[in-house]
Write a protein that binds this ligand. Structure first.
Ligand code: SAM
Length: 219
């Protein structure tokens, strides 16, 4: 499978201007293979066609990597210290696993209420030898450890996402919500103590769809 998908993946990575090592590209393809294999057993995603998994999941998540890297670079950190990121409602690991592969300076926890999805992430962390990746089986509302970044993709409305994950966001942390079209209604429905400080448009290679990241912080 990887022989046919690799050229599209490499082209997409180049289009996104990402500087990934050959080992990271291999890991992305290995993750895709794991997702495809275990999807049959665990029902991790409704997307089943490998080519579609590549465009709709992998490239879609990869489009958010450069914005994340740019943000992380601005954060102070001691040598060897990783930036804690919580990916909420991660499902089969999107975008959390992609972030863990592409951003070794980030420590990614993927939380999901479905036990088999969290177990899949733990299994992926072992298979891909990613020490910066963890699967957590919980409702996000129950988490209180502070993270510098709290991300989500296809999870919930912005008001629900921010209120449920608020205790897990550091006071100086940021929410990073991956959305389709500019979510004007959801932004309008946010409470006054959530500040939307940037909405960043994304271009996903090989996918003709509107995508953006809504950046928010606590007031
Ligand atoms: C539509 S899926 C999105 C999965 C993945 N982020 C993606 O983009 O493919 C939403 C996920 O959120 C999880 N979920 C729903 N409510 C949750 C909660 N309160 N805490 C943690 N996970 C939750 C579901 O189990 C499901 O796996």
């Amino acid at each position: 499978m990887s022989a046919t998908l690799r050229p599209t993946l490499e082209q997409g990575i180049a289009q996104l201007g990402l500087a990934l090592t050959p080992a990271q590209v291999d890991l992305l393809l290995e993750f895709l293979a794991l997702l495809q294999k275990w999807n049959k057993v665990y029902n991790l995603t409704a997307v089943r066609d490998p080519q579609e998994m590549l465009t709709h999941h992998l490239l879609d998540s990869l489009a958010a990597v450069a914005p994340l890297q740019q943000h992380v670079q601005t954060l102070p950190r001691a040598e060897g210290q990783l930036i804690p990121l919580l990916d909420v409602g991660s499902g089969g690991g999107l975008p959390g696993v992609v972030f863990a592969i592409c951003c070794p300076e980030v420590d990614v926890s993927c939380v999901d209420t479905v036990a088999k999805k969290a177990a899949f992430i733990q299994q992926a962390a072992v298979s891909l030898k990613l020490r910066n990746l963890h699967g957590i089986h919980a409702r996000v509302e129950s988490l209180t450890r502070a993270h510098a970044v709290v991300s989500c993709r296809a999870f919930a409305s912005l008001p629900d996402f921010t209120s449920w994950s608020r205790p897990a966001l550091a006071d100086d942390g940021v929410w990073f919500a991956m959305k389709g079209k500019y979510p004007a209604d959801e932004i309008a429905a946010l409470p006054a103590d959530v500040d939307v400080f940037h909405v960043e448009q994304l271009q996903v290679p090989a996918l003709d769809a509107e995508r953006c990241i809504v950046w928010m912080r606590k007031l």
